[in-house]
Design a protein around this ligand. Structure first.
Ligand SMILES: [Zn+2]
Length: 257
């Protein structure tokens, strides 16, 4: 008898509570994550097509994970130069929780620790100049060097680099060289920084009306993911507006399930 193919990312038939999401992620999703060795590099376009076919075949138009069923998905890869204070898994749970409210599943590709030498054969660089950190800016030499590390990433995959510091000091920066979608997250980042920076990559701006003409936060809104006044002040799960959701779903880096 013909049976529908099993979805790629589903492992449980019950609807677990958010409380055990972290346990699920470590025991199930991590174990299912394809390992670096299983994916060849150098032909991202071909890999993209293959991944796309596998996805469509296996998921029959629906993405499902611990956070529900979704009509859209993005794929991110986490590359660590130095581990952030908040654990990667905790940032990922926060991100998946808030992206689920935008009907977007966050898939994760192979995770790896990378070394970006200051000079060939030199010691690891940990701090990166991202000035002025505007979307579409001319990339700095540091950004070019960092974002060139796209091992296992397809052309629409978003690569996150965990560094010690940015210059100037920020929690993260989502300015990326053309054709290399990604963001930098620093060691002192909050649990919402990952979700916030990827929000920028998907086309979101900071919310309007929080700052005065001198750039001082006078009326911050810490209920929103895209606050420009510091995600470390967010309490509870932040919100994304309908207009922001529409923008995220129509990003070139977001795919239909
Ligand atoms: Zn921001």
């Amino acid at each position: 008898m013909w049976k529908p193919p099993r979805p790629w990312v589903i492992e449980r038939s019950v609807d677990p509570s958010a409380a055990d999401a972290a346990t699920y992620l470590t025991t199930h999703v991590r174990s299912q994550r394809p390992e670096a060795a299983s994916v060849s590099t150098g032909k991202p376009a071909m890999l993209d097509k293959l991944r796309e076919r596998i996805h469509i075949f296996c998921n029959m138009g629906i993405c499902r994970d611990e956070f529900g069923t979704h009509n859209f998905r993005i794929r991110i890869l986490l590359k660590t130069l130095i581990a952030p204070i908040i654990k990667l898994d905790d940032m990922l749970v926060s991100m998946r929780t808030v992206y689920a409210t935008a009907d977007i599943m966050v898939e994760e590709g192979p995770r790896e620790t990378i070394i970006v030498p200051v000079s060939p054969g030199g010691s690891t660089q940990l701090d990166f100049n991202v000035k002025p950190c505007n979307l579409g800016q001319t990339p700095t030499a540091d950004q070019k060097k960092l974002f060139a590390n796209r091992n296992n990433a397809g052309s629409t995959d978003i690569v996150i680099y965990f560094v010690r510091q940015t210059i100037p000091p920020l929690n993260g920066c989502a300015a990326f060289p053309a054709g290399m979608p990604g963001a930098v997250v620093t060691r002192n980042a909050s649990r919402w920084t990952l979700a916030h920076e990827v929000g920028h990559v998907l086309g979101l701006s900071h919310i309007a009306g929080e700052k005065n003409s001198n750039g001082k936060c006078v009326t911050p809104d810490f209920t929103r993911l895209m606050t420009g006044c510091g995600t470390s002040n967010i309490a509870g799960t932040p919100t994304i507006t309908a207009a922001e959701i529409a923008k995220m779903q129509s990003s070139p880096f977001t795919k239909k399930c």
